[in-house]
Ligand binder design. Structure first.
Ligand code: 6PG
Length: 473
């Protein structure tokens, strides 16, 4: 053998699954892991695929085992662990050997690593890989960033291992530098928002309507047959219906209400603020996770105010209206995600392919959903138009906005927290209001800081009559 087709470092769950996927598609893979004992364990688990792997405990042996010019995937924790791995690896490589970071990197890190690599004449790719462990094993969605020539070099392998939608691989080149990891970050921001919207719908059924977990599971399974059809609705149904073997209770009822996060949703919000893009549903989702994690504070709040009854009055809200709320909320949250992508594309000069982004999310990734095909069609026609204003989604929002309004209002009157649904409604109402109230903000800014304002009746920067009065007194 002249050398493995590709190398992979990092045999954690995602790395191990991705390696098996690559091998399953007929490629040979050299594998390395910092903790060497994991390598024989992995090879044993690989079973009939084991002959496709060369396990190397030593990094030099690992490099030697790969065919030149080498392509090496890193599946190590994001941040300093990735930098340390690159520092150890790069001196052992030839100039044209390609490093591919497939972890959940912050795109700023990828921008930096990518320009350092290119200054030294080395190819580098940062690819976002979505789909969890199952996706990594049987077909993830892959969002690539870096030099196009480097992408072209490994795209035969990436296309082979990616999920397929109607036979087409869900692996797309997004643009230079950190473009791929940025798209993956926004994917995760939308993921947080979609999950939160679903969790709020569950809360309305559980606390507002007194439904059992199994009943909620049936509702999700039913919604999965309609416009909400998506991986997240499907798994929410399965989570709600599952029974804990130890206690015979619904698993959902014994899961503590404290959500974790690795930070990609937070990064989406940070970048949206830096780029001046409004993503309030995603912000609400990140905020809700933060507040869920502050359990002690919530327990104190609950005990202090002692509000017990949060039931929705009989007939206040129907399941159909909650479904409508989710449909409208989902479209509005995707509209926000694509707005952020469009602003980043302009700022970083990436020329992000908007319709292909919707397409690459149709299979393999966590936010895969039936709506994405229509989103891709809408973005294909008008890549920079807010999705909520496209003809197709305007109709969907118009048909479902009353359900969202009724749901958010009924929940708020009953005291049921619906931060993401509420944010979606406020976004819609703001987006469709010709004259918002920022004239007051401008007046206030000018009053206290002489920041000036524009007028509706003439051009230029103006001040209010208050300026001379209060500056001179
Ligand atoms: C995916 C997921 C995956 C993972 C993230 C988010 O696309 O496969 O987004 O990358 O679930 O780590 O996890 P947190 O919820 O912990 O931020």
């Amino acid at each position: 053998m002249s050398g493995a087709d590709i190398g992979l470092i990092g045999l954690g769950t995602m790395g191990a699954m991705l390696s098996m996927n690559i091998a399953d598609n007929g490629f040979t893979v050299a594998v390395h892991n910092r903790t060497a004992s994991r390598i024989p364990e992995f090879l044993e688990k690989a079973g009939s695929l084991a002959p496709k792997f060369t396990g190397c405990a030593d990094l030099k042996d690992f490099v030697t085992a790969i065919a030149k010019p080498r392509s090496i995937i890193l599946m190590v924790p994001a941040g300093s662990a990735t930098d340390q791995q690159i520092e150890k690896l790069r001196p052992l490589l030839d100039d044209d050997d390609l490093i591919i970071d497939a972890g959940n990197a912050n795109f700023h890190d990828t921008q930096r690593r990518s320009s350092e690599a290119s200054e030294n004449g080395h190819p580098y790719l940062g690819i976002g890989v979505s789909g969890g462990a199952e996706g990594a094993r049987f077909g993830p969605s892959i969002m690539g960033g870096g030099e196009k020539s480097a992408w072209d070099r490994v795209s035969p392998i990436l296309n082979a291992i990616a999920a397929k939608y109607d036979g087409a691989p869900c692996a797309t080149y997004m643009g230079p530098g950190g473009a791929g990891h940025f798209v993956k970050t926004v994917h995760n921001g939308i993921e947080y928002a979609d999950m939160q919207l679903i969790a709020e719908a569950y809360g309305l059924m559980r606390d507002g309507m007194g439904m059992t977990a199994a009943e909620c599971g049936d509702v999700f399974a039913n919604w999965d047959k309609g416009p909400l059809k998506s991986y997240l609705i499907e798994i929410s149904g399965k989570v709600a219906s599952a029974i804990d073997p130890e206690t015979s209770k619904p698993v959902l009822d014994i899961i503590l209400d404290r959500a974790g996060q690795k930070g990609t949703g937070r990064w989406t919000v940070i970048e949206s603020q830096m780029l001046g893009s409004a993503v309030p549903v995603i912000e609400a989702a990140v905020g809700a996770r933060n507040l869920s994690a502050a359990r002690d504070l919530r327990l104190e709040g609950a005990a202090s105010y002692g509000i017990k009854d949060r039931k929705l009055p009989d007939g206040a809200l129907s399941l159909d209206e909650i479904e409508q709320a989710l449909i409208a909320g989902k479209v509005l949250c995707y509209a926000q995600g694509f707005d952020l992508l469009s602003k980043a594309s302009e700022e970083y000069d990436w020329s992000l392919p908007m319709a292909p982004i919707a397409e690459v999310w149709r299979e393999g990734c966590i936010i895969r959903s039936a709506m994405l095909s229509d989103m891709s069609k809408a973005l294909d026609k008008e890549p920079d138009q807010n999705l909520a204003l496209s003809a197709h989604f305007k109709k969907i929002i118009s048909d479902n906005i009353d359900g969202l309004r009724k749901t958010a209002v009924a929940a708020q009157i009953a005291g049921l927290p619906v931060p993401a649904l509420g944010a979606a409604l406020a976004y819609f109402d703001t987006l469709t209001t010709e004259r918002v109230t920022a004239n007051m903000l401008q007046g206030q800014r000018d009053y206290f800081g002489a920041h000036s304002f524009e007028r509706v009746d003439k051009d230029g920067a103006h001040h209010g009559p208050w300026l001379n009065q209060h500056m001179t007194t």
